[in-house]
Design a protein around this ligand. Structure first.
Ligand SMILES: Cc1cc2nc3c(=O)[nH]c(=O)nc-3n(C[C@H](O)[C@H](O)[C@H](O)COP(=O)(O)O)c2cc1C
Length: 181
């Protein structure tokens, strides 16, 4: 993973705190990691955490400094991994909506996209969510299925984000395939 360029997207799921462990693991493996957060994600984990872990500014706004941050990020990255992926970003990506930096980046990026859904079991099992997941898979997005287990809302069931190690390994596999290793 040494010298490889990644974007990690963080959306407003409670599992966002686990993404800090993932980002740290990626940086320790030598990757250059840029983090893009949605506004909801910043309510759950402070952007400073990711800035400290990556040594880079965190992207949040489409109309911030830099003329076209979504294009710059899209051109630099080899893989885009969104973890956690909320029901909301799954729906936006399935429909091609682009109303913030992360969803715009999904459209501007033409490399491999990994999405790691995480949500309450009832949300995950909702027909609309499952329809969006099928659409994304058909569009070539790699989905790392949620695990069964304890959820922060106190319930047990499918919806828990895959572990940072599972996501790390999926990113490593995708990078290896992208390079033809
Ligand atoms: C404490 C808290 C935890 C949440 N956890 C989740 C979650 O795990 N998965 C999810 O899909 N939505 C979750 N939500 C709802 C999303 O934050 C909400 O749908 C938001 O609009 C998502 O925006 P984003 O996709 O732009 O980040 C949570 C909301 C709160 C207040």
């Amino acid at each position: 993973m040494n010298g490889r360029e990644l974007v990690v997207g963080v959306t407003g799921g409670i599992a966002a705190y686990k993404t800090a462990a993932l980002v740290s693991r990626l940086v320790q493996a030598g990757a250059g990691v840029s983090v893009v957060m949605t506004r909801s994600a910043t309510k759950l984990v402070g952007p400073k955490t990711f800035e400290a872990l990556t040594g880079r500014p965190v992207g949040i706004k489409t109309f911030g400094p830099g003329a076209h941050p979504h294009i710059e990020l899209a051109e630099r990255a080899e893989v885009l991994c969104i973890a956690p992926a909320t029901a909301n970003i799954l729906a936006k990506a399935a429909w091609g909506l682009a109303d913030d930096l992360l969803s715009t980046l999904v459209l501007a990026f033409d490399g491999p996209v990994l999405m790691v859904p995480a949500m309450n079991t009832r949300m995950w099992q909702k027909p609309a969510v499952q329809r969006n997941v099928r659409q994304l898979a058909a569009d070539g997005v790699e989905l790392i299925e949620p695990e069964d287990g304890y959820l922060s809302c106190g319930a047990h069931g499918p919806g828990r984000m895959a572990s940072p190690e599972t996501i790390f390994e999926a990113i490593a596999r995708t990078l290896a395939t992208a390079k033809g290793e």
